[in-house]
Structures are given as structure tokens and as C-alpha cells.
Design a protein around this ligand. Sequence first.
Ligand SMILES: Nc1ncnc2c1ncn2[C@@H]1O[C@H](COP(=O)(O)OP(=O)(O)O)[C@@H](O)[C@H]1O
Ligand SMILES: [Mg+2]
Length: 264
Amino acid sequence: MTTTTGGHLLKAEGVTMRFGGLTALDDVGIQVAPGTVVGLIGPNGAGKTTLFNVLSGVLKPTEGTITWKGKRTGKTGPHRLARAGIARTFQGLNLFPMMTVLENVIAGADRLAKGGALSMVTGLLGHHRDECVIREKAYATLQRFGIAEFAHHFPGMLPYGIQKQVALARACVGDPELLLLDEPASGLSEQQLDNLADQIRGFSNDMAVVLVEHHMDLVMKVCDHIVVLNFGQVISTGTPEQVQADPAVTRAYLGEPAADGGTR
Ligand SMILES: Nc1ncnc2c1ncn2[C@@H]1O[C@H](COP(=O)(O)OP(=O)(O)O)[C@@H](O)[C@H]1O
Ligand SMILES: [Mg+2]
């Protein structure tokens, strides 16, 4: 593994994110070591997606620092961070509806392309050698995820569980070192959940994972370490056992209005 910060790939310190008068993140810290699965949990509106947006460079935090492999990310945008090895999936699917499954995955392979994979899909600035290598890699990734038979389908025509796998394949095709998963289990069947748990543990052989998820069974099964957010603040951290036994965590969840299935 390349340079780390005190053994950590990613370290966020004192991260505060304000949207006008609303403080979505308040002095949040999180550390991710190589090969670990870190769970990020908390009620709806706690700030989980906002933290992902900060970690992936989509949002610049109002305060605080992010360090990736020993270097401050500062003003580094999402495109550069993706190239540097941070990949993510989105709450919901965020697949490109007018592109086939294979093209969607190719679009995630930007890290492997000199000219940029997206430009390759759109037919601009295509670099022939890149194009062959990336197409093969994308297809191999579809095979690895068991969805190669859908390569030439449009995602909207496929069952939701398959679309979720396409989103995962798109995030993994560039061999990221850190994978941020925002509610990958939402809308999946029990059997698909079991499969996802195995997949996430498998990912941790090759990369670190941060998992935002409401399915507690899944979180407790796959995570090495858990960070609990509530109203933008870290209210608990520790192993799954420690966090489950923490009364502050129970209070945060019981204080939440009836679960709405995690649609936010
Ligand atoms: N772009 C934004 N502008 C204004 N408020 C936002 C924005 N993004 C998120 N928020 C607010 O920040 C808080 C945290 O949201 P979010 O990170 O989506 O929570 P979670 O993912 O934990 O459900 C919520 O109150 C949400 O309404
Ligand atoms: Mg969210």
C-alpha cells in the first residue's frame, strides 16, 4: 500500500459543513485504514450523504481538513479525487439512462484512461489503445459482478437489483483504493442483501470501504468500525458491539420519527 497517514488512507478532521443557517456537519472526524470497512450510520438527515460529498470533493467543507494518503485534498475536485482512487456510489442509482450497461461502466473507468473514459463513450477524443483496454476491463468487471449478459441493455429496462450491481460495477471498474457506498442495500431482497454482504467483505481485500446504510444487520455483519452521526455530530464510534451497546445510539434512533425507508 502507498503512503498513508498514521496507517490511514483517508482522514477527515474537524469537518463542518454549513448550508446557510443549517449546520449539516459539525466538527466531524473520520479515519479509514486500508482494507477496512467503516460503517457510517445515523438517522435520516444526520449528514451522512453530505459527508460523502465532502470526502469525494463534491462539496468543499466550511471548515476542516481532509487528508488522502498523507496529502491534504484542499481544493481538489471530485474528478481529480476519483482519479486519485476514491470511488463512490450514489443514494439512488444515478446511472446514465441513455447509455448501455457497458457504457455506464466504461464511464466509471476514467481513472484508467489518459484521455478520459467519458469522452471515449461520447465519441470525443477517443484514444484507441485506451479504448480497447477500458472496454475489456469494463466487460471483465461486468463478468465479475455476474451481469455481463446485460452489457448491451439500457439500465432502465433492468430489475432494480441488477441496476444496483451496475452502479457497483461502475464504481469498482477503476480499481479504487477507497469505495464510498451510499445506501447500497436500499430496495434489495433478503437474498440480495446476503449477496451484498459477501461482496462488501470481498471488496475489503482490495480496497477500503465506507458504508452508509440503514440495514443494521448488514452494517453489523460487514463493518470493522462504525461512526454514528446525529444532527451532524459524531455521537458514537467503535466496533459494531460497542456502538450497539451505546445508549446514545439507541436514543438517537428512538428519537427519530417513523422510518421512511431511507429515501433521503
Ligand atoms: N445542498 C444542500 N443544501 C441545503 N441543505 C442541505 C444540502 N444537502 C443536505 N442538506 C441538509 O443537510 C442535512 C443532512 O443531509 P444529508 O447529508 O442528506 O443526510 P443523510 O444522508 O444522513 O440522510 C439535512 O438537513 C439536509 O436537508
Ligand atoms: Mg443520505
